[in-house]
Design a protein around this ligand. Structure first.
Ligand code: NDP
Ligand code: OXD
Length: 315
């Protein structure tokens, strides 16, 4: 039995070293030049696999994502339909995302960019601040990441709601579900966060129409958007237009189409936009390899795989 990494855009030596450290007995192969006999390969971990590579593995039993999202794998139109895909659900990855979401909600709430600007200009302006309870945060995507962020934000005193396909029960967090409750969710939301997976249903969900339905009763008089889900979920032109017209107060964006964000994108220099380079939650090689190796061991001993992707939902 062998395990194959298919990571054309990742630092492969870091990942092979991490896997060898956490699973010294695993026969680790690397696409394309250290693949060996393809018939040995029963497990692979992939991110943006070139179309056809996964399909060329005749004895493959499981495809593993090295992140929480699987869109980078599902892009391959030739994936074998009968091989299960699993994704990462790990406290390290989740904790990193929660740090990012809490950081950016607090940054907007405490007007840190205004303070930074004042410091640069040597302006002592102790403007009034407002309480966390004055701000309604709404999280789209209440899975592993969204639920954890919601709880931490709730504990800081923010009014938190989540929107997902199915309703959730989290004490102190209001739940909205499905298209029927989307508008009500938007109407009570001052800070809109996306932690949705990339699927055809979530493509372009942060558009001018969505922004227009957000609350304008919050302390800034206009809403704030934070997208750490996937770049496909926001329409960049709509965000820019809404910021310029005052319909949107500010935006934090971690994910883009395409990535890297091209230097000519007006998002880079917009005074109301905070850009981060898809680093909200980094996959730590040793932690993720230990998780992958654990899932392989489970599968080999006949146990159910953790965090199986439901192909009918696409996440
Ligand atoms: P989960 O699968 O645990 O959660 C996904 C959530 O989205 C679920 O609550 C699901 O609803 C909801 N959802 C999916 N489709 C819809 C829809 N059409 N309408 C309403 N709700 C929907 O994923 P994770 O929380 O682990 O990760 C979420 C995403 O975060 C990843 O797919 C990835 O894109 C992104 N991510 C980004 C990173 C970064 O660094 N920027 C790092 C890691 C992840 P339900 O619960 O009802 O199924
Ligand atoms: C992920 C990511 O999906 O890093 O884990 O984007």
């Amino acid at each position: 039995m062998a395990f194959l990494f298919i990571l054309p855009t990742w630092p492969i030596d870091v990942w092979t070293a991490a896997m060898r450290k956490v699973a010294p007995d695993l026969d680790v192969r690397v696409w394309p030049d250290r693949i060996g006999n393809v018939e040995d390969i029963e497990y692979c971990a992939a991110w943006l696999p070139p179309p056809g590579v996964v399909k060329s593995l005749p004895n493959l039993k499981v495809i593993m994502s090295l992140g929480a999202g699987v869109d980078a794998i599902l892009k391959d139109p030739t994936l074998p339909g009968n091989v299960p895909i699993v994704r990462v659900n790990d406290p390290d990855l989740t904790g990193r995302m929660t740090e990012y979401i809490v950081l950016h909600v607090l940054m907007h709430h405490r007007q840190q960019r205004r303070l930074d600007e004042n410091q640069r200009k040597k302006i002592w302006d102790s403007f009034p601040t407002h309480a966390a309870r004055d701000l309604s945060v709404g999280i789209m995507g209440m899975g592993v990441m969204g639920a954890d962020s919601a709880v931490r934000l709730r504990d800081l005193g923010f009014r938190v709601a989540g929107w997902s396909r199915s309703p959730k029960t989290i004490p102190g967090v209001e739940s909205f579900a499905g298209e029927a409750e989307f508008d009500a969710f938007l109407a009570r939301t001052d800070v809109l966060i996306s932690l949705l997976p990339a699927t055809p249903d979530t493509d372009g969900i942060i558009n001018r129409g969505t922004i227009a339905k957000l609350s304008r009763n919050g302390p800034f008089g206009a809403p704030i958007v934070i997208n750490a889900g996937r770049g496909r979920q926001h329409v960049a032109e709509d965000i820019l237009a809404a910021l310029d017209s005052g319909e949107l107060h500010a935006a934090t964006l971690d994910v883009f189409t395409p990535e890297p964000l091209p230097p000519e994108s007006p998002l880079w220099t917009h005074p109301k936009v905070t850009i981060t380079p898809h680093c909200a939650a980094d996959s730590d090689p040793e932690t993720i390899c230990a998780y992958v190796a654990g899932n392989i061991r489970k599968h080999q001993s006949g146990e159910a795989l953790d965090n199986l992707v439901d192909m009918s939902r696409g996440y």
